[in-house]
Design a protein around this ligand. Structure first.
Ligand SMILES: *[C@@H]1O[C@H](CO)[C@@H](O)[C@H](O)[C@H]1NC(C)=O
Ligand SMILES: *[C@@H]1O[C@H](CO)[C@@H](O)[C@H](O)[C@H]1NC(C)=O
Ligand SMILES: *[C@@H]1O[C@H](CO)[C@@H](O)[C@H](O)[C@H]1NC(C)=O
Ligand SMILES: *[C@@H]1O[C@H](CO)[C@@H](O)[C@H](O)[C@H]1NC(C)=O
Ligand SMILES: *[C@@H]1O[C@H](CO)[C@@H](O)[C@H](O)[C@H]1NC(C)=O
Ligand SMILES: [Zn+2]
Length: 444
């Protein structure tokens, strides 16, 4: 009996099939995610942040040493794929990324450190209905782009520059709620139809540079660097490869507005209202390429996907405390000369995260109604450390009246009332694109 039991246990191997390079429809995707969550339960957490219009779950798999909850000092990162249902490569790349992360934990030192020091949220599809509705895979535009109600989800967010009266869709609302529930710091959303890393803003006003053909965010230097971090590890993207009937992009990056303006996009919303730096990755010329090409896409994007996550450790982070060492939520913490139109505030743990390139900065922490504390900081190259520079602030008084939910600005076009701008224009030469001829499809 004992021997039999021993044999049974000894020969029991979990049936973990390798993830194949095929398209995974909703059922297969769910099965894979559930299997990962079960097999790697100490470092993953699978949950649905809501449902699509047709009732499909919007799955998110979290990978981290403490996957279920935020830990002070551990930044939150996210990837979102397939928000345009017919742009399918990102969906599969993210499934393979999940597979790669969980299988290399404890084996590959770099992945292990990444998981130890980061909480990584991965949503393979934001538009499952659109994906399932595609009948004939096509390299170009198809109706699978839209959600079930025929709305383009990347035009469905409140806009920072003009009124956006489009009715908010279930998928968009789920993302908005999710953004409120976590302190996301860095993000990317994956698309197809071009090869480029595109950064905010996607929309603009003259004060952000639209008369010069771009729309520059206060953190433009950081955005150019982030976009280039992705493109530089992807040979075709960094070569500025132009897709058929498309545009080649110098260094494989572009300002979103320079490429083509759009209203209601997700990356601008993340940056303006959710304190999260987001860029838009166009990873394939063909929106819905044959399955046989998926392995090549994984090979040409895997280093970029991992290197980009590490950038969540750029800059400076810390906590703001009162005289009793209680954390102060809703303190405004900004770097002088690059304040955000909706000020970035500490979360309920009094934490802040500011993505900044190495250099010297003045960090201004303000408890509204009280006072400001300024600190000079010199930020080193800290990516290899898997931690931003830690700088805390201590206020010499007690603060009793702050609410613990993070205050955000009202969702009106804040830039319509905006006068001066402090965009970092100095390194803008990088984003000058080589315009061959512009032929704009629905891509981003
Ligand atoms: C990662 O964290 C684990 C568990 O806390 C620890 O044992 C391990 O040494 C850490 N590894 C690295 C490379 O930091
Ligand atoms: C935007 O909407 C607000 C409120 O509905 C309105 O007062 C304002 O005039 C609109 N602005 C533009 C430019 O349409
Ligand atoms: C610090 O930030 C506060 C709040 O945003 C602002 O009112 C103040 O002018 C800033 N101080 C300096 C010296 O930049
Ligand atoms: C807290 O109190 C100060 C001083 O009375 C006031 O100016 C500030 O607006 C209050 N803050 C909140 C969040 O109520
Ligand atoms: C890396 O982290 C260690 C420990 O937190 C710290 O002492 C060191 O100064 C950091 N180095 C850099 C370059 O940030
Ligand atoms: Zn797209």
């Amino acid at each position: 009996m004992d021997l039999l039991l021993y044999l049974c246990l000894g020969f029991w191997v979990p049936v973990v099939a390798a993830l194949d390079f095929k398209y995974h429809h909703q059922d297969a995707m769910e099965a894979f995610l559930k299997e990962v969550a079960q097999t790697h339960d100490s470092i993953t957490y699978l949950h649905s942040i809501g449902k699509s219009v047709s009732g499909r779950n919007l799955w998110v798999l979290v990978v981290g040493r403490s996957p279920k909850e935020h830990k002070i000092g551990i930044p939150e990162f996210k990837y979102i794929g397939n928000m345009h249902g017919d742009e399918t490569v990102g969906r599969e790349l993210l499934l393979h990324l999940i597979d790669h992360l969980v299988k290399n934990d404890g084996k590959d030192p770099e992945i292990t450190r990444l998981i130890n020091n980061t909480r990584i949220h991965i949503m393979p599809t934001m538009n499952p209905d659109g994906f399932e509705s595609v009948e004939e895979p096509d390299c170009y535009f198809s109706n699978g782009r839209f959600n079930k109600n025929k709305y383009d989800l990347n035009r469905n967010f409140p806009d920072g520059f003009e009124n956006n009266s489009v009715p908010i869709q279930a998928e968009t609302q789920a993302i908005k709620n999710w953004l409120k529930s976590e302190t996301f710091v860095l993000s990317a959303n994956l698309h197809g139809g071009a090869l480029v890393a595109s950064y905010p803003f996607d929309n603009g006003v003259p004060e952000t540079g639209t008369k010069q053909g771009h729309s520059i965010a206060p953190d433009n230097d950081v955005f150019e660097y982030l976009a280039y971090t992705y493109s530089s590890k992807n040979p075709e993207m960094s070569a500025g490869t132009s897709c058929k009937n498309g545009v080649g992009f110098r260094n494989g990056i572009t300002n979103g507005y320079t490429w083509y303006p759009l209203k209601g996009g997700m990356q601008d919303y993340n940056y303006i209202w959710a304190q999260c730096f987001e860029i838009t990755l166009e990873v394939s010329c063909c929106k819905y390429p044959p399955e046989e090409t998926l392995l090549d896409f994984w090979n040409s994007n895997k280093h970029s996907l991992i290197e980009y996550i590490k950038q969540v450790h750029l800059g400076v982070k810390g906590q703001v405390f009162d005289v009793n060492n209680n954390p102060i939520p809703n303190a405004i913490v900004e770097s002088s000369g690059r304040s955000h139109i909706c000020p970035y505030r500490t979360n309920k743990f009094g934490e802040y995260y500011l993505l900044l390139l190495p250099g010297s900065y003045t960090i201004n922490a303000t408890v509204p109604g009280y006072t400001s504390v300024l600190k000079q900081v010199t930020i080193p190259e800290n990516i290899k450390n898997f931690s931003a520079l830690r700088v805390d602030f201590h206020f010499p008084f007690q603060v009793t009246n702050t609410s613990s939910t993070r205050i955000s600005c009202s969702e009106v076009p804040l830039y319509m009332y905006f006068k001066s701008h402090s965009g970092r224009l100095k390194s803008h030469y990088m984003s000058l694109i080589l315009l061959t001829f512009v032929s704009i499809f629905h891509i981003k």
